[in-house]
Design a protein around this ligand. Structure first.
Ligand code: ARG
Ligand code: ZN
Length: 471
């Protein structure tokens, strides 16, 4: 989460002003307009996505000189067309492509600031499998987004002794060409070649390393589908710590050698407890590996990179680790269909963070009452976000979490848990939208009045009443 997210509670909740409800009891639904054809059009990052393709696999071969921050790479992209097309486009920023090939045929391409357009040479019907081999190189540059406060932007970041990436939402294009959108998940096979004094890390299963002279190539594979924003590369010198969770999940934790070997060890020792907590809420952990990697840099936020969460070099509470861990289910296994649906990640992670932080119901209620009251005073806009510069604001986190807390009090804990599992099992390893969530809850509960209830919490301009907190 962002620094301090969810934790900025006034020390004495009882002194918070009690805000009388200024709104009508039935807030107006501002559900997204259903555009003809695609019911889930991307309106915040339309250029990151080519809706006419579905990438199956990225095979990336990255050769990195960390001191010079030089990247020489090939991307082999296996995709299927979902429409009849004669050209496709991939998000790509700052690096220079030298060739695009389909088999032995060189294809024409045209690079613009944030994308490359590739001419397929003929019209290709839908459902055709195509493999493109793209060679590129250069010095990766982070991309700066409106509303983004992190230095020069996101994506591939060079720091004192190494390199790391923070992609969310559109930084993956700073180091590989792709369909850089959460709706198009794919498998990955990645090899990273670095001078042998470095260790290079990627998500998924570590498949070993090969030493050739003074270079070492590390290979990783991610067989579960992964969104581009959840991929991560870290290059540095690390102390690595391995263990096994649940008798099966392989844990690998990485701390740069400049960081104490026991940094955040007490919080990480709670991982088995966090595993029990999350599995009781959502069901089995979705992947075969987990771990955390610390950056040398005190980045402004942690990121739930798939199977290997990225954490800053500054102390975080145990619930900060729980937040990122819970994203493995909500965000990584179930991924939003559009960026406007981001509360399905952040609202859920904040909800679990709250429950973990306040195991006693009375404490949780006092905390939520303060948040609800404050969100009303601030007139916080809905968690479904249509303004690009507000994507990572507290709207998705705090008002997003209130959707779930309100639903839990309305249904009761047992019924809420049952329905949460239905939602998770319906959409795991896939994508979901806010509408999918609403429909699942209405259908699984058999309560049609929950449609208007959830719409007011998710799309309503005003923060709805939360009577259970004020009794
Ligand atoms: N998803 C991250 C989390 O768990 C936060 C990412 C913030 N991203 C950004 N570009 N500001 O909370
Ligand atoms: Zn989060």
């Amino acid at each position: 989460p962002k620094e301090g997210s969810g934790s900025a509670v006034p020390s004495n909740p009882t002194t918070e002003p009690r805000v009388e409800s200024p709104q009508p009891s039935e807030p107006q639904s501002t559900a997204p307009q259903q555009a003809s054809g695609n019911p889930n059009p991307e309106t915040l990052y339309p250029d990151s996505l080519d809706p006419n393709i579905d990438v199956q696999n990225y095979t990336l071969d990255l050769r990195v000189k960390p001191e010079q921050n030089q990247l020489d790479a090939t991307a082999s992209i296996q995709l299927k067309t979902t429409q009849t097309v004669s050209r496709i486009h991939l998000a790509f920023y700052g690096l220079k492509i030298s060739s695009v090939k389909q088999g032995n045929t060189s294809l024409k391409f045209d690079q613009q600031s944030r994308k490359v357009t590739i001419q397929l040479g003929k019209t290709v019907p839908r459902n055709t499998s195509i493999t493109l081999d793209i060679a590129y190189s250069g010095v990766p540059r982070p991309v700066l987004e409106p509303g983004e406060t992190y230095e020069d932007g996101i994506g591939w970041k060079k720091h004192k002794n190494g390199i790391f990436v923070l992609n969310e939402p559109n930084g993956a294009m700073t180091w590989f060409p792709g369909n850089d959108h959460p709706s198009d998940k794919a498998t990955f096979k990645v090899s990273i070649t670095v001078p042998s004094k470095y260790l290079a890390v990627f998500n998924g299963t570590a498949q070993g390393s090969r030493n050739t002279g003074n270079q070492t190539t590390y290979t990783y594979q991610s067989i579960e589908p992964m969104a581009t924003y959840l991929t991560t590369v870290h290059i540095n010198q690390y102390n690595v710590e391995r263990s096994t969770l649940n008798g099966g999940v392989q844990v690998r934790n990485y701390r740069p050698v400049g960081i104490s070997k026991t940094f955040q060890a007490a919080e990480l020792a709670k991982l088995p407890d966090m595993m029990r907590f999350m599995e009781s809420w959502a069901g089995p952990y979705p992947f075969k590996e987990y771990g955390v990697i610390f950056t040398e840099h005190p980045t402004p936020y942690a990121l739930e990179t798939q199977t290997l969460s990225t954490f800053p070099n500054r102390p975080l509470k145990d619930w900060g680790f729980l937040h990122e861990f819970s994203h493995q289910w909500f965000g990584n296994s179930i991924t939003p269909k559009t960026w406007s649906d981001l509360w399905l990640n952040e609202g859920f992670a904040t909800f679990f963070q709250d429950l973990y932080q306040y195991p006693r119901e009375a404490d949780l209620k006092a905390f939520l009452k303060t948040r609800h009251t404050r969100n009303r005073t601030q007139q916080m806009k809905p968690p479904y976000i249509k303004e690009r510069e507000e994507l990572f604001s507290q709207r998705a986190y705090q008002r997003g979490a209130l959707v779930l807390h309100a639903l839990r009090y309305r249904l009761g804990d047992a019924e809420f848990r049952r329905i949460l599992k239905v939602y998770y099992n319906t959409y795991k390893f896939s994508n979901a939208s806010s509408e999918d969530f609403i429909q699942t809850v209405v259908k699984a509960s058999g309560k049609t009045d929950l449609k208007a209830f959830l719409e007011s919490w998710i799309y309503g301009r005003l923060v709805p009443d939360f009577p259970e907190l004020y009794r």
